[in-house]
Design a protein around this ligand. Sequence first.
Ligand SMILES: Nc1ncnc2c1ncn2[C@@H]1O[C@H](COP(=O)(O)OP(=O)(O)OP(=O)(O)O)[C@@H](O)[C@H]1O
Ligand SMILES: [Mg+2]
Length: 306
Amino acid sequence: MSNNTTNGDVKKTQRIAVISGKGGTGKSLVTASIGFVLAHCGYKVLLVDMDLFTGGLTFFLSGLSEKPDRISRGLLDVFADKYEDKNKDNQNNCKIDKIKISHQFVDGNLFLLPSLSSRRRNVSELTISKDVSTLPQIMNILFRDVIGMEESFDYIIFDTRGGSDITSVGSALTCDKLVVVTEADKVSWDTGRILLDAIEDAWNAYCYDDPFPGVGFILNKNVLPPEGVETYLKKIWSAKHITTIPLDRDAIAYFQEDKMPIVEDISCEFSEAIVTGIGDFFDVMVGNSKISERYINLRIKAREKK
Ligand SMILES: Nc1ncnc2c1ncn2[C@@H]1O[C@H](COP(=O)(O)OP(=O)(O)OP(=O)(O)O)[C@@H](O)[C@H]1O
Ligand SMILES: [Mg+2]
């Protein structure tokens, strides 16, 4: 699917940041799954692993792409060289391995900007990880020097680190939509509120002219009837749209085999919930209707072909 609409207008790339107040809520998995569904529906998608600390997305997708120890340059190298090296103006500073995800359903449509590489740098040693005032510069480097050909993607989706830091707040500042992933516990909710407040503060400081991004919520790994949690979240977070994904034992088995449930098995609880959830999210938030219906039809056709 190209960016040029039939009447010749250039369609704007949608940028989405997947965030959460604490770690381990399922952000990387949600990012990878959204990317997979959209790419399978024919959209050109770039996933950006902004979790410079753990590189969860780079690891999650390594079964379909490259292991980090085979990646020569990742985002962490770009930021480190730009900020910490003496030869800051060296053109090679901005080079990165843009990795194509290889799978018959998404081939040619899904790409990853990895965070980690074989250089095994540690972000906590870099000044950029500590100084929030570097945010606008970092995001400028990312868009101007690294992504560059941004307009050729229909969607750019950022996976971030849990909590309020340069990876989550920085990504959010460049996005049209935010997806907050939460678990069903108070730590998730309270830290999620703190993160959204931090993003709002940074937005007012750097992006005050633009409207604040729309926010969608995913309640992940849920084990109890979700109604109580949904009512609570709607109250404390003013959440309008909440998607619930159950804790799924089959999905856990796939993860243990280094496989993604959304790729392997469309009918496991996790995949069903995420496809419907992404469909709802895209209908309501991004204005791209019938994503889930199209995706399920494509998967049924693929199964019939076998
Ligand atoms: N719905 C689910 N059912 C079962 N397991 C899940 C589900 N969602 C996520 N998990 C598991 O939870 C763990 C954390 O997921 P993931 O790495 O995507 O979270 P994260 O928010 O990106 O974590 P981090 O903050 O460390 O980057 C993984 O082991 C993943 O396989
Ligand atoms: Mg992660």
